[in-house]
Design a protein around this ligand. Sequence first.
Ligand code: ADP
Length: 429
Amino acid sequence: MTPTPMKEGSAAVQARRVLVLNSGSSSVKYQLLDMNDRSRLAIGLVERIGEETSRLLHTPLTGGDAETRERTGRIADHAAALKAAAEELAADGLGLDSPELAAIGHRVVHGGLRFTRPTVITDEVLTEIERLVPVAPLHNPANITGIRTAQALRPDLPQVAVFDTAFHTTMPEYAARYAIDVETADAHRIRRYGFHGTSHAYVSRKAAELLGRTPEEVNVIVLHLGNGASASAVAAGRCVETSMGLTPLEGLVMGTRSGDIDPAVTFHLKRVAGMSTDEIDVLLNKKSGLLGLCGDNDMREIRRRIDEGDERAALAFDIYVHRLKKYIGAYSAVLGRVDAVVFTAGVGENSAPVREAAIAGLEELGLVVDAGLNAVRSGEPRLISPNYARVAVAVVPTDEELEIADQTFALVGRAESAGQEVPVGQVDN
Ligand code: ADP
């Protein structure tokens, strides 16, 4: 990950900061990192962009106490959001006009089959990301807006796209293809792409480290359980199967998404329930999953309700856990030998009851959770299986921003040390 050191005395020697941008349709999350020690200098979030109730939360992390500053009131668009964030950073002496800024790394949700690695953004790359809008209509347009806005702010700086799909491009064809007519599928680029790849890559590597092995030596199942949720099977460092498909709708039960469903349910909703395609889209993406099942999508609230004897919450929990078990079993079969099952993201890192219930009864697969270890709260990667267990069960906090910063900095560093002209975006690896 560490890039080759740059030439002594060149201006680039100073440039060891990376700004990470995650642009959503109505929000921008940002982090500024110092790549000397990979520490955070500041983190922030602009939400409800375009509404009267826009809000910016900015936390500088260079001083002793991390105190969050808040701005409220309409922030018209992404350009205004980034400008406001830049002002906050400048107020902390971390202005984006600084020569210390080496690059801006963007999270881009869909990279199709073309982008298998982080890529310096050229006009041609941006055109290709635009060409993928039909398969990622909810995500790529916001990512493109974020990129254009950042380019306008610092046209001289390398901008790097880090794709959510990239880690999954190693999936074998038999795992990536749907069993539908090949011509139709190919004409419309219908196949399984997978998402959350930056997290699956980071967490599977960290899990190998926790086991004291190299990524090439281990097979792991990663369960990324946030509001969106996905599983992946990683063999010797390469993704061989993942639960999300053409879109992030497939797979596990999520906060508001149904996950796996008989596709005929959609015909039924249209023909019998009289719903439009857009209404079905909203139903399955925004009103299903835990929210649709019990009215809450936050696992903390669901557990509180279960403790009070709420049956709908209990059933939602059971459906969520049942789907997880099915995937653990399926991916154990896909991998043949499993060295670790790893929990990550908001639910995976924090919910001991979900981890306990998902692993319960899987002793035949070599999986056991130690109740004491599972109850420990920690921000560190840790094992929650007993020593005697054949397969490790672990909790590994994800860090997608750090992974994006690492990949961005490594790419820019590699290109510079190879004498390539990075800032104008001529490098497309
Ligand atoms: P996102 O997918 O939006 O990035 P996160 O990975 O931050 O989401 O996960 C958010 C979810 O994590 C929340 O909706 C909630 O269900 C769950 N969560 C967060 N903290 C806890 C906790 N202490 N206990 C149980 N669940 C938690």
